[in-house]
Design a protein around this ligand. Sequence first.
Ligand code: ZN
Length: 162
Amino acid sequence: MALLEVISLPDKRLRMRAQEVETITDEIRILMSDMLETMYATDGIGLAAIQVGILKRIAVIDLGEARFQTAPLKMVNPEIIWEIDEKQVVPDGCLSVPDQFAETLRPKALKVRFRDENDRVQELEAEGLLAACIHHEVDHLNGVLFVDHLSPLKRQILVGRV
Ligand code: ZN
């Protein structure tokens, strides 16, 4: 296990689209364990591989407090296959946008399909904070940050022109 360095704005890699993982190797499994360790060390609840400078479609999530039974969640190639139209206001923040927080609108519920660390396809229905967190992490894999969901003025106050 190792702590990884989390990159932050204005690092251009955060704006890139991460690539699909073809084969889930031991290297990928170790990466996911290291990502979780890094996330716990920084008090995060979700982390995408792109945030540690690895442009692969991988994300880990742990909301803590046993809010859902599959914790921690390790997702390879996560894909949102359904989301409800109804939105929720969530307090959003990101380890790659240090010390900045704002409310964003995220879907209230969604369904995500991904491969787990044993290369099994999983589908998970999520609502509330978990849905918001999955949405946030899948955004990362497409180069999208939470500040992109804010008005241009709010975004500029938070992070300047990025
Ligand atoms: Zn983030």
